[in-house]
Design a protein around this ligand. Sequence first.
Ligand code: SF4
Length: 171
Amino acid sequence: MGLIRAVFDAAFRQGGGQRLKPVGPRWPLLLFHVDTGGCGGCGMELEALSAGPYDLEGAGFGFVQTPRSADVLLVTGPLTRTMAPVLEAAWQAMPKPKGLISVGGCAMDGGYFSENYAVLGGLDRKASIDLVIPGCPPSPQQVLDGLCSLFGQPPRPVSGAQAEGSSSTSS
Ligand code: SF4
């Protein structure tokens, strides 16, 4: 596997120089998710984020089904040998500028999954991660807050009855 080098272009960042792409509800930052292993809990939280009472689109983000139209790669789970080429292919397919975000402890440093014949660990020693969203798993609100922090936005309130910081899988 080639070494993933993520460089989240400063153009995306609020106040970080000239922006190549406007961002916001009309020009959402497009996210592509790859689960490279783990228990699936972080992936479930991302599904809840896209379908629940969280105003993801209102915050200026949206999920896409192909890396070719994605701006940011969201990775969950420890990097397994099986998924390493898949992750690399997704990264290479994304147009520049692009960014890399790890969601959950496993994607960051391997979490509960130590390196062995099947697991390569987390991304922290293999790639330049633009944003780390910790947690096991992070709640949808925590993921949204992390995404908003890219642009210096304040946390987004959750509509409906679901309380801030709640998780769809953790108690
Ligand atoms: S960080 Fe926790 S919830 Fe996410 S994949 Fe790892 S063990 Fe599962």
